[in-house]
Design a protein around this ligand. Sequence first.
Ligand SMILES: Cc1cc2nc3c(=O)[nH]c(=O)nc-3n(C[C@H](O)[C@H](O)[C@H](O)COP(=O)(O)OP(=O)(O)OC[C@H]3O[C@@H](n4cnc5c(N)ncnc54)[C@H](O)[C@@H]3O)c2cc1C
Length: 319
Amino acid sequence: MHAHAELRGLFPDTPWLHGGGSLQITSGADDGAALLAKINRLRDWGYAAEPMTAAGLAKLEPELDLAAIAAPAIGWFPDDGWIDPVLFAQYMIRAAIAHGASLHIGARVAAMDGAEDRITGVRTADGRHFVADIVVNCAGRWTNDAGTMAPIPLAPTVGFLAFTPPAPVTLARVLRTSLVDMRPDGAGRLMLHDNDIDRELTLDSPLSPGMKQAVRMAENAAKLFPGLAGLRPEAVRIAVRPVPADGYSAIGPVPGKAGYYLAVTHSAVTMSAALGKLIAGEIADGSEAPELALFRPARFFGANTPPIGGGAEALRHAG
Ligand SMILES: Cc1cc2nc3c(=O)[nH]c(=O)nc-3n(C[C@H](O)[C@H](O)[C@H](O)COP(=O)(O)OP(=O)(O)OC[C@H]3O[C@@H](n4cnc5c(N)ncnc54)[C@H](O)[C@@H]3O)c2cc1C
């Protein structure tokens, strides 16, 4: 989050970047205790997090009806926010081009060039060869399809989003609740998400704004914000999160394949600003970022061990 905020100093405008903090409202004693533990853990890491009272919540989000949630506990994360990833990526591409990068739209990597132990470039599906000191594979869920000779185990998950029409609701931040998660999506629209509903769907599920999962999310949102009553989603989207099989990011060189670097993570949006800096540093200076030590792809090739803890479980709550 700090790396994202730093971009404000580098770009004249950052229209992709939205602050406002985030709120999390859980229901019941167990989830309340888990929320408190999370707040304490984040504080230990030096990240702003605090429990919030109903009165504090009413000041931030006066239209939110807390009665919709039984035995609520509230967490407040003032430095959180959200970004518009497509806009963000395009601004970064524009800046990269201004610094001498070239952009090849629609150029699909079909194969890697080089020998068994060294990658020297890529061949695209249209037959062109690009020579490179280092090839960075950041093809998300397609990482293993992009001509790689060193696949890693992936366990991608499906994510489902619904979008409301412009609505008379003043929600101004990311809101995660036991009923539904939501955030503003511009022009008064809201984006809705529910981790449990993700598990009901597959990439092949037929999509329509009228599907029951989308309507259920809109109805739950209306329990929180009465101004949404009767509102139906106007769009839905399904996407696949690129998740390494143990749930953790895989960032770094691939052992035994000089010139080949992987950047695969579900958290590619949240971590983009920080990862961009760390990865550029490793590639340009040959330095090793200590922050990445536990997240090396080498663990899939018998070298370093993954971070301790439940990566998949942590991810289940990640959004
Ligand atoms: C419901 C939901 C909630 C999410 N919440 C968060 C969140 O809170 N924070 C967060 O950080 N992330 C979140 N994500 C994940 C996020 O949206 C991204 O999908 C993820 O971070 C991966 O980004 P990426 O850039 O690595 O991959 P992608 O965005 O998938 O980009 C991969 C690119 O590689 C290109 N490509 C593929 N194959 C080839 C090839 N052979 N040659 C050349 N190019 C190729 C593709 O065209 C694409 O442009 C969420 C996802 C979902 C579905």
